[in-house]
Structures are given as structure tokens and as C-alpha cells.
Design a protein around this ligand. Structure first.
Ligand SMILES: Cc1ncc(COP(=O)(O)O)c(C=O)c1O
Length: 377
């Protein structure tokens, strides 16, 4: 049997909506489906406003422009993240400053943030790894004390909650991903949630190539002109139509994923006494079953498990390669303190296949993982 790590699938009306978009005669961005998606997302997240982008990467880049990252400005973030979190800052000639992660959630360790702050610090970019929210109350408190922006990298966290509030509603800005590996997908896709209302008008301008095109269409100006820096950050209507159909099925997709996640957890938790760590969700937080991982006792065991699963036809990849000692990271960023947990945990973590309707393959993966763990431990 072949089990991929991810298998993107239709949730319902994607093709109907794409057909409808074509019939409506607008395929460029900001049409009917874009507006529907944005309204659904802002109501769901509890954000002041949401703008669709063509990726989470684009949303993070918009965020870095919006908060005014300038050459030499520093942004504190985990090294245990995807390249886009750091690239957004580096593209503005800002400096990503990496601090270590907490060993339980693999999110930025909030206790290490304050010692990384300097007179050049502009913002904190927490990442909600595996859809488990970072310790946002503390992070926002620290940010307020030092007048910093908070931009949530919520790429993986659509639907997760922190003390009853949705991820993405907690920072000044938040970036989401609808890449085909995420819970809700449109192939490539993303969104910027804007909670600080004072940033909204400029966000619209930056997203539309630095023009006041949106204000023109609302009849607020009589012609549209180049008023600021910007780029083309908006997706076309075909992408939005696909996304809209996925958002219609948000709850069904979520509960299907949660059932698979829970099945993994029920089957593998018992290995804790033999040194295998399963995901930890601290009190006050809910997660969205974005990914299921286990942490092996040693890097060698992790590599052996990945190789054994590959022989079984199962693709179980690791995640993330830390950024601080990557070729670009050593040139474009700096670290604050020792990144022990980042290095240690990233070398021992493996992700297991998880996608809608994995069903029968799931039993096979669980059976193989248990068999290999029994042999390796
Ligand atoms: C934490 C994080 N940030 C950003 C991204 C980039 O998302 P996208 O592929 O939508 O640009 C990812 C992608 O996996 C991610 O995991």
C-alpha cells in the first residue's frame, strides 16, 4: 500500500463554484468569491478584517511592510519555523532574531523573548506550531510593554483557540495558509487577518500594487493612483471559488481530521513510558488537528523509523530544518541565547500522514508504526 503524507481532495462544491466564477465573468481578484471568503473568515476567526492573499508567505510579506520593518530592524521569532516567517523580515532588510522553543508545544518560549529585545526590535512573530497556539497572553503583554507589534504566523492554526479566542485574532496581524497541505486548501493560498483597524486601509493599498484601487471602486476617490509601495498580493477568483467551497465544509473537514488525529494519539500515547513523545496541548488551548507528530528518543531512531516506513510505502517526513544554522540564516539573521530545544527536537521529530478520509490507510500506518517502535525501542 502507498500512503502519501498528504492527499489534497475536494470537499464539495469546488468545481461548481469555479464554474460559477467563470459564468460571473470576473476572474481577476476581489470579486464575489473573494468577498465571500473574506467575510466567512473574518466572522469565523473573529478578526476585524481579512484579506485573501495568494499564500501565507505573501500575507507575512504584507505584514512586514505594514508594520514598517526597515533595514536593521529586528523581529523576534522561533528558528523552528518555515522559511517564510524569516524571509518576510529579511526581504525588508530586517533581521530575524531567533529564540528557542518550549519543549512541550515547540512554540516560541515566551520566557526568552524579553532578553532578545533591543532598541531595534520592531515585532514578535510567534508561530502556532501544529495548530497549537503559542502562549499569546504573555507574548502580547511583553509586546505592549515594549511597544512592539505582534504578527501571528497562523499558517497551520485555522480554527485553533487560545483561552476561548481563535488563533489569528490575538495579534495586530495574523497570516494563514491554504496551501494544499493545510486543513482548508486552495492549492496555493493565504489570508492576512487585520485586528488593528488602523492598518486596514494601508493593507488594502499594499495588496493592490501600492494603489488606492479599492477606495476608487468604493467611490471614495475619483481615480486610482500609485500612493505607496505594494505588490500584487491578491489571488484570482478561481482560487477564491475553490477556497469558498472548502470553507463551506470547514466543520466537516475539521471533525474528520480530528478523528484521525485522535486515533493516532490513542494508539501511540502508550509509548510515552518508552521515551516516545506525542503532541502536548496545554490547558486553555484547543488545536485543529493540523498535524500529528511523534518525537523519538534519538535522531538515529527517527531516521530508522522514517526509512522503515518508506519501505512500507508510507511517507513520513520530518519538520522543520531550523533556520538559525541554515546558509541564509547564518547570513541574514541572528540568534539570542542557546537554541538547544530547537536543535534537539527538530532532529527527533517525525510527522505521520494525515489528510481527509485517510481512513483505511490510517489503520495500516498505525500498525506499521507500532511494529517498528516495538522493534526500535
Ligand atoms: C509556519 C509557516 N509559515 C508560513 C508558511 C508558508 O505558507 P504558504 O505555503 O501558504 O506560503 C508555512 C507553510 O507550511 C508554515 O508552516
Amino acid at each position: 500500500m502507498k500512503v502519501p503524507f498528504n492527499r489534497p481532495s475536494l470537499a464539495g462544491k469546488e468545481l461548481d463554484y469555479i464554474q460559477e466564477a467563470v459564468s460571473l465573468g470576473q476572474l481577476a481578484g476581489d470579486g464575489n468569491f473573494t468577498i465571500r471568503c473574506q467575510n466567512k473568515l473574518s466572522a469565523y476567526i473573529g478578526a476585524n478584517a481579512v484579506l485573501l492573499t495568494h499564500s501565507c508567505t505573501a500575507a507575512l510579506e504584507m505584514a512586514a511592510i505594514l508594520i514598517g520593518v526597515e533595514p536593521g530592524d529586528e523581529v523576534i521569532m522561533p528558528s523552528y519555523t518555515f522559511v517564510s516567517t524569516a524571509n518576510a523580515v529579511a526581504l525588508r532588510r530586517g533581521i530575524p532574531v531567533f529564540v528557542d522553543i518550549r519543549p512541550d508545544t515547540l512554540n516560541i518560549d515566551e520566557d526568552l523573548i524579553e532578553s532578545a529585545i533591543t532598541s531595534r526590535t520592531k515585532a514578535i512573530f510567534p508561530v502556532h506550531y501544529a495548530g497549537v497556539p503559542a502562549e499569546m497572553d504573555r507574548i502580547v503583554q511583553i509586546a505592549n510593554r515594549h511597544s512592539l507589534y505582534v504578527v501571528e504566523d497562523a499558517a497551520q492554526a485555522l480554527g485553533s483557540t487560545y483561552n476561548g479566542r481563535k488563533a489569528g485574532s490575538l495579534g495586530h496581524l495574523a497570516a494563514f495558509s491554504f496551501h494544499e497541505t493545510k486543513n482548508i486548501i486552495s492549492g496555493e493560498g493565504g489570508a492576512l487577518a487585520i485586528n488593528d483597524g488602523s492598518l486596514l486601509e494601508r493593507a488594502e493599498i499594499i495588496r493592490e500594487k501600492g494603489t488606492n484601487r479599492k477606495r476608487f471602486f468604493r467611490g471614495q476617490v475619483d481615480k486610482y493612483t500609485w500612493v505607496d509601495v505594494g505588490s500584487s498580493f491578491l489571488p484570482g477568483e478561481l482560487i477564491a471559488a475553490f477556497l469558498c467551497a472548502q470553507l463551506d465544509e470547514l466543520d466537516t473537514i475539521g471533525s474528520n481530521r480530528m478523528a484521525s488525529w485522535t486515533k493516532y494519539d490513542d494508539a501511540l500515547q502508550g509509548f510515552a513510558s518508552r521515551g516516545v513523545r506525542t503532541p502536548i496541548v496545554p490547558p486553555g488551548r484547543t488545536h485543529n488537528a493540523h498535524l500529528y507528530y511523534i518525537i523519538l528518543p534519538t535522531p538515529e531512531m527517527r531516521q530508522k523509523l522514517i526509512a522503515l516506513l518508506r519501505q512500507d510505502g508510507i511517507n513520513a517526513p520530518f519538520h522543520y530544518v531550523p533556520l538559525h544554522n541554515s546558509p541564509a540564516g547564518t547570513k541574514l539573521a541572528r540568534t539570542s541565547g542557546d537554541l538547544f530545544h530547537t536543535q534537539d527536537l527538530s532532529e527527533r521529530l517525525v510527522r505521520l500522514p494525515l489528510y481527509p478520509h485517510i481512513d483505511s490507510q490510517l489503520d495500516y500506518v498505525i500498525e506499521r508504526v507500532i511494529r517498528h517502535l516495538d522493534a526500535l525501542l
